[in-house]
Design a protein around this ligand. Structure first.
Ligand code: FAD
Length: 322
């Protein structure tokens, strides 16, 4: 077998890994190996189950089929869909693009993490996007990622149904900045073995209080005109479920995941005992090993995570190439 040497080995061709591979291999002198557990497709040959934004995590073929072990706490485990294909979770996700907010990065700075102020990340968010609309002060025109503000005609059938209220109205509630902290542990030294995942939802009771309050508020909105004229019935929890303890129990029994977990190996200042990597993904105490993906965000942002993961990878790739 022919032996080959590489300067950089990237494990995983997901949102972050694909960016790193593209940027680092742009210098032809750098030998880059990109390892991906899932299949690859030519750009125009991805199956519809991956390219159709109406299908979110729709195929077990391209999924790691993880689930949490939260039955003791919640009465049920929670599925944890993750993409297993070139493109990673960005290939199975909802394709919603929202930047993290200035307040999210202000919290990073408060943890003593340097180099991620809103001003610096804004330039990187602009550079990655290619958007024809909006103000030049906020939007990029020539980046690799097409981001579109949809017009009414471009909306998917599900979106149209929502907008035109011809179908169901969904008032979904989520605790986007939870106080509870989950846990991910390796189950074995075999890298093929699924990890033990605990979301630990409601470990901090404040999270349940907030979700109960959100459901109450949604019910109030749905039961108030003019929206109430358009609502046929409450799908969940359902009008048979009252307030108080019954509502709390129903929420615990039915809670699912919002699909944007982060921060299993968070970045942090040198003095932060919980930090696994530094502000540029370098693993503490190890030479030449970095983690660059959604897991290094120091805490969960208040929005979906894909463009922020891409932005982080772009900035770290630029740093490594400098
Ligand atoms: C169902 C779903 C819907 C979502 N919807 C949205 C949305 O609408 N908007 C949004 O902003 N965010 C969304 N997200 C979140 C967003 O897609 C993720 O935060 C982002 O893709 C994470 O990027 P990553 O690089 O950290 O990991 P991933 O993109 O998951 O990449 C990890 C890659 O590593 C590969 N891999 C893992 N282990 C190995 C191994 N041992 N060897 C080789 N390869 C390996 C995987 O197969 C995968 O390709 C969604 C996520 C999911 C799962």
């Amino acid at each position: 077998m022919m032996k080959q040497a590489f300067d950089v080995i990237i494990v995983g061709a997901g949102s972050a890994g694909a960016v790193l591979a593209a940027r680092l291999s742009a210098d032809a002198r750098r030998r880059v190996l990109l390892l991906e557990a899932g299949p690859n497709f030519a750009p125009n040959s991805y199956p519809t189950v991956l390219t159709d934004a109406n299908v979110v995590a729709g195929s077990p073929t391209f999924d790691w089929k993880y689930h949490t072990e939260d039955a003791a706490r919640l009465g049920h485990d929670v599925p944890v869909p993750r993409g297993r294909v070139v493109g990673g979770s960005s290939a199975v996700n909802g394709t919603v693009a929202i930047r993290a907010r200035p307040a999210d990065f202000a919290r990073w700075a408060k943890r003593g993490i340097e180099g991620w102020s809103w001003e610096t990340v804004l330039a990187a968010y602009k550079a990655l996007e290619n958007t024809p609309t909006g103000d030049d002060a906020w939007h990029g025109r020539r980046g690799p990622l097409p981001i579109r503000q949809r017009t009414a005609e471009q909306n998917t059938p599900a979106m149209r149904a929502f907008v035109e209220t011809g179908g169901a109205i969904v008032l979904a509630c989520a605790v986007v900045l939870p106080k509870s902290v989950g846990q991910l542990r390796l189950s074995s030294r075999d890298p093929r073995a699924a990890p033990h995942i605990h979301y630990n939802f409601f470990d901090d009771p404040v999270d349940l209080d907030r979700l109960v309050e959100a459901v109450r508020l949604s019910r109030k909105i749905g039961r108030t005109a003019p929206l109430s004229d358009l609502v046929d019935h409450e799908m969940a929890p359902g009008s048979a479920v009252g307030d108080g303890e019954a509502l709390r129990a129903n929420i615990v029994a039915n809670v699912g995941a919002y699909l944007h977990p982060t921060s299993t190996v968070p970045m942090g200042a040198a003095t932060d005992p919980t930090a696994v990597v530094d502000a540029w993904g370098k693993v503490r105490g190890l030479r030449a090993l970095r983690v660059v993906d959604a897991s290094i965000l120091p805490e969960i942002p208040s929005v979906p995570t894909n463009v922020t993961t891409i932005m982080v990878a772009e900035r770290i790739a630029a740093k490594l190439s400098a």
